[in-house]
Structures are given as C-alpha cells and as structure tokens.
Design a protein around this ligand. Structure first.
Ligand SMILES: O=C(O)CCC(=O)C(=O)O
Length: 306
C-alpha cells in the first residue's frame, strides 16, 4: 500500500501527524465497486471501509456543491471577490457544521445521496442485500481553514439501532492534501477492547439517579476519543490512512472504525457530507429519522440508572 512520504506535512487538531511509513498511508481504492456482495462485505470486514473512486456523477456532486455555496453566498459568508465555486470564506468567517444546508431545501444533494435509483442507494442495496433505509438527517460540513474533526467512532452517536449501519463520506468538491479530508485509523474496527469500552457509549444517555448529570444537557459533543491523533494511533496501532479526493468519490465505513478530519490548511472551505444507510428490516436509531429528527436535542436524550 502506498505511503505518504512525498506529500506535504499533514495535521489534525493542530498536531502534525507522525509521518513515517508505519504511521501514515493512503486509503486503498476499492477497484470493483460492482463486485459480488460477499466480496465487498469481506473487504469491509477486513478493512472497515470501502473507497469508491468516481462512484458518483461528478456533475451531480458539483450541482450539490453549488447549491450549498449559493446559500452561503446569500448569507454573506463568502468572499464576494472570489468565484462562487471556489468557496472562499469571507475573512473572519468561521464555519464548521451546517446540516441546515443539506435538508429538503437542497434537492441536488438529496437526490445524490438518497434517490432510490441513484448510484449511492443502488450501491447500498446491493452491498446490504435488501431494501435500504437511510437516515433523514444529513451531516453537512463546510470546514473553514483551521482545525478538523477530532478522532471518534460513529457508533457512539447513532448506536441505538443496528450496528450494521454504514457512513458514506462524500466530498462535495476536490479535496487535496492541503485542504485535508477524512482520515481513517487502519484496523481500528477490529479492536475488541475499544468496542467493549468506548464503543458501548451513547453520547445522549444520562444517569437518572444523578440529578445533576451534565450529560443530560450536553449536545452530543462528548464522543471524541482524543484530540491528539498521534496519541490515539500510538495507543491503538495501525496507520492513519487518507487520500486526495475528487468530486465523485465516496468513502463508506463501518460504525466501529476510528476516524477524523484533517486540518484545512487551504484558504477555501472544505465541503463534504456524511450520510447513513442500513437495511430497512433492521432497527434504526430514532434520533436521526423523520421530518425533524431530534438528534442530540433534549428529545434525543435517554435516561438510565447508572
Ligand atoms: O468530515 C469530517 O471532518 C469528519 C467526518 C466524520 O466524522 C464522519 O463522516 O463521521
């Protein structure tokens, strides 16, 4: 597998990633996205992810990007001197997480991610082997130059239904190493100790027998594993894997794999979405389903005796 010795320094959460051959590498593309289900499932079990290069129609991806940027421009968040599609934020603007730009008011993105005859839904239907249910909530990220997303596993945010749930991370534009995209910690989904400890958490659970439990009010942001990507890698082993992404690529990964976002060291916004898919016949996490999913609001909290 390729290493990353000849590329610029990479950072996450302000930490320069350890950059030896045994510390940093490239995601391995899944060359045959149309391979039989058993083969793709075996690859997912082994690697914890599938990297589908050019899986989506580039023009459709760019239409979704345009829609997001038009909204941001209307809100006065972009530098008017730069071309719209460059996505340059106005000086002093700090953007990060903007799910409101992904909901029903973004038809091109909704179509790209969720149309039953679209490429992504059809891929999931064949990968999962049945009717697909997608979460209604879409995590849309417009990440300003600056720090990326700390390391975590998705299960702690959406684990009330099936664990056979998958994230599709979709870059809405080309993302080079300087802009820094998704990074995945190699083999971390096979770490049973992590799954049996951190992997059992629910960020919206609180203790009913502790009236002042701060988790009752917290906004689901307490699921980070670590803000030091080198520390977590040294403790769990494996390499941080990443790639330069193009509009049309998708990375699909399982709930138990440790991942995060690299820092954005470009002058432009990094725009991507993450969306979730499972078999319709399996139980689903109610926090992310419906017209107005409760998410991490107080309606999404669950009390238990601790
Ligand atoms: O895009 C990012 O910064 C992080 C993505 C992520 O955490 C996810 O897709 O679950």
């Amino acid at each position: 597998m390729a290493t990353l010795s000849a590329v610029p320094e990479m950072y996450s959460c302000g930490h320069k990633l350890d950059d030896g051959e045994e510390q940093l590498g490239q995601l391995a593309p899944t060359d045959d996205a149309g391979a039989p289900r058993e083969q793709l499932q075996a690859r997912m079990a082994e690697d914890g992810y599938l990297f589908l290069r050019g899986c989506l129609d580039r023009d459709e991806v760019l239409a979704a990007r345009r829609h997001v940027l038009e909204q941001l421009s209307k809100e006065g968040q972009l530098d008017p001197a730069a071309p719209l599609m460059e996505g340059v934020p106005k000086p002093g603007t700090k953007l990060f997480f903007h799910p409101e730009l992904a909901q029903k008011n973004n038809p091109p993105l909704q179509h790209l991610l969720y149309h039953p005859e679209g490429r992504l839904m059809r891929f999931f239907s064949s990968f999962l082997g049945g009717d697909v249910l997608h979460f209604d909530f879409t995590w849309l990220r417009c990440i300003s130059p600056g720090l990326g997303t700390p390391s975590h596993c998705d299960i702690v945010y959406m684990g009330r239904g099936t664990r056979k749930l998958y994230t599709a991370w979709t870059p809405l534009g080309d993302i080079d190493f300087q802009m820094g995209g998704l990074m995945i910690l190699e083999g971390s989904h096979r770490n049973e100790q992590l799954q049996n400890t951190y992997g059992q958490r629910d960020v919206d659970a609180y203790c009913t027998n502790r009236p002042d439990d701060p988790a009752k009010e917290a906004r689901g942001l307490n699921g980070w594993l670590s803000e030091d990507p080198n520390k977590i890698r040294r403790s769990l082993g494996g390499r941080w894997l990443t790639a330069e992404y193009a509009a049309g690529d998708v990375v699909i990964f399982c709930m138990d794999i440790v991942h995060g976002g690299m820092d954005n060291r470009s002058p432009r916004l990094r725009i991507s979405s993450d969306s979730r898919y499972q078999l319709a016949s399996e139980p689903a996490d109610e926090r992310w389903i419906g017209e107005n999913p409760p998410g991490h609001s107080s309606a999404g909290k669950r009390g238990r005796i601790c």
